[in-house]
Ligand binder design. Structure first.
Ligand code: BDR
Ligand code: CA
Length: 313
């Protein structure tokens, strides 16, 4: 069974992804690493510990990640309007009993990848800072890590923080560029995929009625997320970004992908833009692009099956 580390900024869709992971017999979650994004890193850590307590899985270690971006001059901005001010709806969370482990997220990632070479899948559900740091600090990391499944990017579609950029890439674009050009086995699941994966109001109604382990908790959490989508997209449904990436790691046949080079714009108006190039041809103007290692970019998804699996689990 696959060993998974979830790198996350919980986050309502992160919470769903974590619970889906814990209910997935095909995988073993061997750790959670935290990162800023939807909230600051300290709150991400608290939220991760909280979710594991709710799930009764305090045996899973939580390693706290970076508090700062690799990209210079970035001001961290939380996404309270999407996920609630503290990331998990607007519930009052009492301080968790557990604590993060001594190791930082990056130390934990490096250690686990070298302990189990080729066997770990990192599911990255927030900005890619911790993973880029692991790549920078350990020259063997990109080979030791089995696969990195990234929820991030918007491939040939608009972003969600602005027309150019998807949130996870936007919040540390240099880190994302490091990961995409590292030579690691990366599968990117972007908005071109996740905007097809919509959990409807009636799905939420089913969760509210269900006696499933996490169903009622999540149906309440989803209020804020539904409100945001209603305002931003005029829909009565929400995108299941992070659960889609998680399920693609659990069950690779849920997506198809194309292979090529991904580069990230790190400055200016289009900061966070992800460009995918999958042509073989090497005319002079694209040599620099083609010289970079390829990654996988998801191009189709079995959306009904993703929703079905997420609901079941
Ligand atoms: C990503 O940004 C965050 O708000 C979500 O948790 C998801 O990881 C979607 O762009
Ligand atoms: Ca997330």
């Amino acid at each position: 069974i696959k060993k998974i580390i979830i790198d996350t900024d919980p986050g309502i869709d992160d919470a769903i992804a974590i619970f889906v992971a814990l209910q997935s017999p095909e995988i073993e979650v061997i750790g959670i690493t935290t990162i800023f994004g939807n909230v600051h890193t300290t709150l991400s850590t608290r939220n991760a510990l909280h979710l594991l307590e709710i799930a009764g899985r305090t045996d899973i270690p939580v390693a706290e990640g970076s508090h700062v971006t690799i990209t210079e001059g970035m001001k961290l901005q939380s996404s309270g309007y999407v996920h609630g001010t503290e990331g998990l709806g607007n519930q009052n969370i009492s301080p968790p009993k557990g604590k993060p482990i001594e190791q930082t997220a990056t130390e934990f990632l490096i250690q686990q990848a070298s302990l189990y070479p080729g066997k770990i899948t990192v599911v990255a559900l927030g900005p890619l800072t911790n993973i880029a740091l692991a790549i920078q600090l350990d020259p063997g990391f990109f080979k030791n890590v089995g696969q990195i499944v990234v929820l991030g990017g918007a491939f040939a579609v608009n972003g969600n923080v602005n027309p150019a950029a998807e949130a996870n890439i936007f919040k540390d674009p240099t880190a994302a560029d490091i990961v995409f050009t590292s030579g690691a086995d990366v599968l990117a699941v972007g908005l071109n995929i996740t905007h097809q994966v919509v959990l409807t109001d009636s799905d939420r109604g089913e969760l509210a009625k269900s006696n499933g382990k996490f169903a009622k908790y999540l149906s309440k959490l989803l209020d804020v997320y539904f409100d945001y989508h209603h305002t931003a997209y005029s829909t009565r449904g929400v995108f299941l970004h992070d659960p889609t990436a998680l399920l693609a790691a659990v069950n690779p046949s849920l997506v198809t992908y194309s292979e090529g080079v991904v580069r990230v714009q790190t400055v200016g108006l289009t900061k966070g833009l992800t460009i995918f190039y999958n042509k073989k041809k090497r005319y002079d103007e694209v040599t620099e692009w083609c010289a970079r290692p390829s990654v996988k970019v998801a191009v189709t998804v079995d959306a009904p099956k993703v929703i079905k699996l997420a609901m079941e689990r």
